[in-house]
Design a protein around this ligand. Structure first.
Ligand code: IMP
Length: 177
């Protein structure tokens, strides 16, 4: 049986989103920003984050996969949809739900640098540094988390749990114990 254990509460998340939005706003100081969400996991975080920032922004999305239907990373990042907005000369802020191995973040950084972005920064709600397999820089991090599989607030397991307002660790219980 699968059970959910509260890891980060709704109020902790909202406080953190406000803090990140403030940092980003100060760093960009009224400069236009192209905010790009990495689908699917980032859509809830991105929606909250942009509504806490007072900056001229454009929003677009990119869809990639490195995970299959299990909890395991396949190790290969595939681009399914790139952005439609032109990127050359723009400040790009990539929004991710979680940086795990860092392969996705590294791929996205290269993708925008190759398209001539003026700057590329990455903002991730969650960071699992213990799992990192690259040296990619994550510029804004909400919470550092241990090596547990988390769901809620946009993050899924088999496309479930994205709608939850808080973050939970997924625990497998052995029946009869
Ligand atoms: P990375 O390329 O290994 O850094 O993987 C990043 C992607 O893996 C995230 O955007 C998520 O889609 C997925 N992922 C990694 N860890 C978790 C987790 O704990 N819960 C849900 N998705 C995860």
């Amino acid at each position: 049986m699968t059970t959910l254990k509260l890891a980060i509460s709704e109020s902790q998340i909202q406080e953190c989103v406000g803090r990140l939005a403030q940092l980003i706003q100060v760093d960009y100081q009224d400069q236009p920003l192209l905010v790009v969400g990495a689908l699917n996991g980032s859509f809830v975080f991105l929606a909250d984050l942009i509504r806490r920032m007072n900056l001229p922004i454009q929003v677009d999305f990119i869809r990639l996969s490195s995970y299959d239907e299990s909890e395991k990373s396949s190790g290969t990042v595939r681009l399914h949809h790139g952005v439609r907005t032109s990127v050359a000369g723009k400040n790009v802020l990539v929004v991710e739900d979680i940086v795990d191995t860092g392969l996705t973040a590294q791929f996205i950084r290269g993708y925008f640098e190759d398209q001539g972005a003026a700057t590329v920064r990455i903002c991730s709600l969650l960071d699992k540094p213990v799992r990192r397999r690259t040296s990619v820089t994550v510029d804004y991090v909400g919470f550092e988390v241990p090596d547990e599989f988390l769901v809620g607030y946009g993050l899924d397991y088999n496309q479930q749990y994205r709608e939850l307002r808080a973050l939970y660790s997924l625990e497998e219980e052995i029946d009869g114990s």
